[in-house]
Design a protein around this ligand. Structure first.
Ligand SMILES: NC(=O)c1ccc[n+]([C@@H]2O[C@H](COP(=O)([O-])OP(=O)(O)OC[C@H]3O[C@@H](n4cnc5c(N)ncnc54)[C@H](O)[C@@H]3O)[C@@H](O)[C@H]2O)c1
Length: 265
């Protein structure tokens, strides 16, 4: 496809910063943005992983822990200075493994650590990037990675609550930043395969119930997932290209499930 509609997804000349881009969904987002022509700054607290992603897509890399507010400010300014601007921010860095389980077993440290990455980190990055985008005066896009579990619990109170916070922060920022031409939207991935190998198919017999309401709910939904397979990270990346490009010029404040039909169940 040339010309016409192809121009609507062309991100040539746009600079994107993607947090948590070393692996998993973040790496898929970086790949998709680069394929659409964006200049991509890949950041991650795993600096070597960020470099590996950047090398694979012809992008740029930096180490960044999103819980460090001063480092976040420096990283967003460095992106602008090194790459000539900041047009697209994707807040993808997040944690979930090791933070689930019954509420009585969640420690203060687990709660604080997860919220410092999943919520504080998103806030710090939005604050720094919005200031730059407003100063540039050429609009922008902010895409916050939430989860289907913002509205359909699965991992537990710590994670599910954090992703609901991200979804609502997105709406508030969309309203505030609209006068500056900055669209703010949330991506809500469903089950996405971030390990080695092809995304597995789902379906088959509903699993035996374990008695753990969260685990049983997730297992039931995965067994009945309408589109029948885990997502590949590039499928999340395609939706980010939609939210980053002219395809979504009139879209702001939405929560976009990319979930194989999970939320229909
Ligand atoms: N995989 C899924 O099924 C799924 C579903 C819904 C939402 N999500 C969300 O998508 C995002 C990516 O998830 P994933 O499955 O690819 O995870 P992942 O664990 O594979 O990758 C997360 C990346 O974030 C980085 N990271 C963690 N803490 C960081 C910090 N403090 N600062 C900077 N980088 C940090 C890690 O180093 C890693 O590279 C997360 O926000 C997650 O909550 C994932």
């Amino acid at each position: 496809m040339t010309g016409g509609a192809a121009n609507w997804i062309d991100l040539t000349g746009r600079v994107a910063h993607v947090t948590g881009g070393a692996r998993g969904i973040g790496a898929g987002i970086c790949r998709a943005l680069a394929m659409a022509g964006a200049t991509v700054m890949v950041s991650d607290m795993d600096a070597d992983g960020a470099r590996a992603t950047a090398d694979a897509i012809g992008g740029h890399a930096m180490g960044l822990d999103v819980t460090d507010r001063n480092a976040v400010d420096r990283a967003m300014h460095a992106t602008r200075e090194q790459l000539g601007g900041l047009d697209i921010l994707v807040n993808n860095a997040g944690v979930y493994i090791g933070y689930g389980g019954p509420v009585r077993e969640i420690t203060d440290a687990m709660w604080r650590t997860l919220w410092s990455v999943n919520v504080d980190g998103v806030f710090y990055c939005c604050r720094a990037a919005a200031a730059i985008m407003i100063d540039q005066g050429r609009g922008g896009r902010i895409i916050n990675v939430s989860s289907t579990q913002a509205v359909s619990p699965g991992v537990g109170v710590t994670y599910d609550g954090s992703k609901a916070a991200v979804a609502q922060m997105t709406k508030a920022l969309a309203l505030e930043l609209a006068p500056h031409g900055i669209n703010v939207n949330a991506l809500a991935p469903g089950p996405t395969w971030v390990r080695d190998g092809e995304p597995p198919k789902t379906g088959g017999q509903p699993p035996n119930r374990t008695g753990d309401p969260l685990a049983d709910t997730v297992a039931d939904r995965i067994a009945r997932l309408p589109l029948g397979h885990w997502a590949d990270p590039i499928e999340q990346g395609k939706a980010v290209v939609f939210l980053a490009s002219s395809m979504s010029d009139f879209v702001t404040g939405i929560y976009l499930p990319v979930d194989g039909g999970w939320l229909t169940l």
